[in-house]
Design a protein around this ligand. Structure first.
Ligand code: SF4
Ligand code: SF4
Length: 750
């Protein structure tokens, strides 16, 4: 595209009053050699008409809008697929965070305000000049069918809902029949007001609906052997349940293990299996995958004082359900439901217990009472969780004189006696019962086995499952259903413990996400969180040293590699986070609108004044997912930011290439900070690992700076949540104070 660039400075929202617009325009027309126009309100009716004429009359196709934050007015400044828009944030990050000058400081306040605005304009002019129009990656052939793994309530619901939306679906279920755990239920929770009575199990009618649906193919006694390919073209090999075939995905073998295998000291777990990249020519093709393999009951035998495994009177909730289903409750007239393992000073629940196990105890207490009106149930809990309408169910149970509920610490079970202390009755209890039921938790299948079997370079399973206790998820807060493998959407027990109604809602969501992913792949655009983004990483392979950093660090397994280590991109798996770009030491990965040269040139466009302690320059890379919006909101609240800071938004901290930091400090900037999402146990990074990876890189660059004679304290990585808008100004202002303490960068002027 032949670019016709013009910069538009909006003088509305107080920008015109705060900044000398004439001087600012001269920066554009003089230093930056670009055309510049001003308008009183670019987003208003007249402003839009003005810009429309600029596009259609004057032929402008690259708009540098210098006004409000790029996070707002996106529709107003969208000029279509054949035009480029870049933004300079003069409102939120210059005038709204400027504060008011102290008495006698008016002149210097005005001076630095002008300098700050000029730097943002320089950067946006550079960005406009360097940005290229993206072209979507379009697949040669596209399959829109959906594979559903698991034929329980989640899988059945996902299949039915996807079918209703017009998709063809195949359900793969390893058991001999559809239905999953629900086949073993005697009754199910109430689903309608007054939420008092248990309902007949509806799984048979759900299975019948699948059988009657011409869009749905069912393969029972079958498992996935291997999934290769990518959204729009997943290549799925199936196998008989429990069998191993040559297409079963190889396990990831570490360097040490490989050494032992090579020496013949360890058996090769992948002997006889095809390497990860090799496709099965007979594989079925699907557009997306719904992972609905559910959960398995947790092992409770570790709690020896409760006697499970050694005392016949102690069973799990799953075993008790089977007894109820098979009509084997006669003669069992007193039952204790133990919901927490207790022991000494322990108020924790059984592992993987949750609201569903609370409700199951209530349901099973009702079985006891419905079987025999004189029977009694004792529910001993530490935490009773009955969300939503289930609170009414709980209340109904409380009103039953034959069901006793108390908070209690169970100290042991001997024969048919349950010993408990710290009860709500204020006294210790010794309950003589016919049966003791332990609330075994619900462990996601992804925790115990790898059912997904990906033929990906990064291994057959989801990485870092331990971050989420084995649940298949990529971001609890923002992106339910999305796993760390694009195009694979999790629902039901594999994602979170949930009851039947919740599972059905969840499965519907996952089915819609699968359809959305297929449609996005068809249009060549990204899925969440950069939905609609047409760019994808491009590699200048001639300079690739096959170091494998990009393939190893991609959080989504989007990059395979060949035997030499040359990356093999799978564009429809890519979420466009740029982590590969940040990883590449050769700087050969980039996007049309976001690359090493583009951001590097923006950094160089910042004017670095000669040594002057009041004119230091501190660069902050702010992740556009949480940090940048938090900074914008700080601006909306008129929190003051130090005038020496310059922000550059980044897709993810993982995309920050350390070359930018080195270049910034070599160019004389005095400090650099990265602000991104939280990582660790409660991580919120929108690209799973990006902020953590960036932190590690920053630790390493600190060492590099020391060898250059620069203080490592000049670089820092911080984490914030989007709600930290009141804290983030202190975070950055304190960093500026520390840099001021250190003094100017000694490289300044060289
Ligand atoms: S690191 Fe991010 S941008 Fe790079 S290939 Fe992976 S998903 Fe795509
Ligand atoms: S990080 Fe860069 S040099 Fe290394 S394998 Fe990837 S593209 Fe090649």
């Amino acid at each position: 595209m032949d670019k016709k660039i013009c910069t538009y400075i909006c003088t509305g929202c107080g920008i015109g009053e705060a900044i000398n617009i004439e001087e600012l325009s001269e920066v554009v027309t003089g230093e930056m050699s670009q055309e510049c126009k001003t308008h009183a309100c670019l987003c208003g009716t007249e402003g839009k008409a003005f810009l429309e004429n600029e596009q259609n009359g004057e032929g402008v196709n690259t708009f540098n809008i210098c006004a409000c934050s790029p996070r707002v007015m996106q529709k107003e400044f969208d000029f279509g697929d054949e035009s480029i828009t870049v933004r300079a944030n003069l409102r939120e990050q210059v005038i709204w965070t400027a504060g008011t000058p102290e008495e006698g400081q008016e002149e210097s306040h005005q001076e630095w305000l002008q300098e700050t605005a000029s730097d943002y304009i320089r950067m946006s002019c550079t960005r406009a000049a360097k940005t290229e129009l993206p072209e979507a990656f379009l697949m040669e052939s596209m399959n829109k069918d959906i594979l559903v793994m698991g034929g329980g309530i989640a899988g059945i619901t996902a299949a039915i809902e996807a079918s209703k939306a017009g998709s063809k679906v195949t359900i793969v279920e390893k058991a001999d029949a559809l239905g999953g755990k629900a086949l073993g239920w005697a009754k199910q929770f109430p689903t309608s007001y007054p939420y008092a009575d248990l309902e007949d199990n509806s799984i048979a009618s759900m299975v019948a609906a699948v059988d009657a649906d011409a869009n749905i193919t069912v393969k029972t006694g079958t498992e996935v052997a291997r999934i290769g390919g990518s959204p729009g073209a997943f290549k799925v090999s199936l196998k008989a349940a429990g069998a191993t075939t040559e297409w079963t995905a190889p396990e990831k073998v570490g360097v040490d293990e490989q050494d032992l295998i090579d020496k013949g000291e360890m058996e090769d777990p992948n002997a006889g299996l095809k390497p990860y990249g090799e496709e099965n020519p007979d594989a079925d093709t699907f557009g997306a995958v719904v992972l609905a393999t559910g959960w398995v009951p947790a092992d409770v035998s570790e709690f020896e004082h409760l006697g499970y495994g050694s005392n016949d009177k102690v069973v799990t909730n799953a075993e008790f359900e089977a007894m109820a289903k098979n009509g084997k409750l006669d003669g069992i007239n007193t039952v204790a439901f133990v919901m927490s393992p207790g022991g000494e000073e322990n108020d924790q629940d059984f592992p993987y217990c949750n609201s569903v196990t609370s409700m199951v105890a209530l349901k099973q207490a009702k079985y006891v009472r419905e079987n025999n009106a004189d029977a009694k149930a004792f529910i001993l809990y530490q935490h009773m969780r009955t969300p939503g309408h289930m609170e009414l169910f709980y209340k109904g149970i409380q009103e039953d004189d034959g069901i006793f509920l108390t908070k209690a610490t169970v100290t042991g079970v001997e024969d048919g006696t349950v010993h408990a202390k710290d009860t709500l009755l204020g006294e210790d209890l010794d309950l003589d019962v016919d049966m003791v039921v332990l609330a075994a938790g619900m462990v996601p299948t992804t925790k115990v086995e790898n059912t997904i079997n990906l033929a990906y370079r990064q291994g057959p399973a989801f990485l870092d499952l331990d971050l989420f206790d084995g649940y298949a998820d990529s971001h609890f807060i923002c992106f339910p259903y999305e796993t760390r493998r694009t195009g694979v959407y999790a629902c039901g027990g594999v994602r979170k413990a949930m009851n039947m109604q919740e599972t059905m809602d969840d499965a519907t969501g996952a089915a819609l996400k699968a359809i959305q992913c297929i449609e996005s792949a068809d249009r060549g655009v990204a899925v969440h969180p950069r939905s609609g983004d047409k760019t994808f990483p491009e590699f200048f392979m001639q300079r690739c040293t096959q170091c494998k950093r990009c393939t190893e660090e991609c959080p989504f397994g989007a990059l395979d590699d060949d035997e030499k280590g040359t990356p093999l991109p799978n564009p429809t798996r890519c979420r466009r986070c740029g982590t590969c770009m940040g990883a590449c030491p050769e700087r050969i990965i980039g996007f049309k609108d976001y690359n090493i040269d583009l951001i590097g040139s923006m950094i160089k466009a910042i004017e670095v004044p000669e040594e002057d302690d009041d004119k230091l320059r501190i660069l902050i890379f702010a992740c556009e997912n949480d940090a940048y919006p938090a900074l914008d909101m700080a601006g909306m609240r008129k929190h003051k930011l130090n005038h020496m800071i310059r922000f550059i938004p980044v897709r993810c901290l993982g995309s920050v290439n350390m070359a930018w930091i080195r270049d910034a400090l070599s160019a004389g900037l005095d400090g650099a900070m990265l602000i991104g999402c939280k990582y660790g146990d409660d991580y919120q990074c929108h690209f799973v690992k990006g902020s953590e990876i960036a932190n590690t890189r920053m630790e390493n660059i600190g060492d590099t700076l020391s060898t250059l004679g620069l203080e490592p304290e000049r670089v820092r990585s911080e984490q914030v949540a989007i709600t930290d808008y009141d804290k983030v100004p202190d975070l950055v202002n304190d960093f500026v104070d520390e840099i001021v303490e250190l003094g100017a960068n000694p490289f300044k002027g060289f």
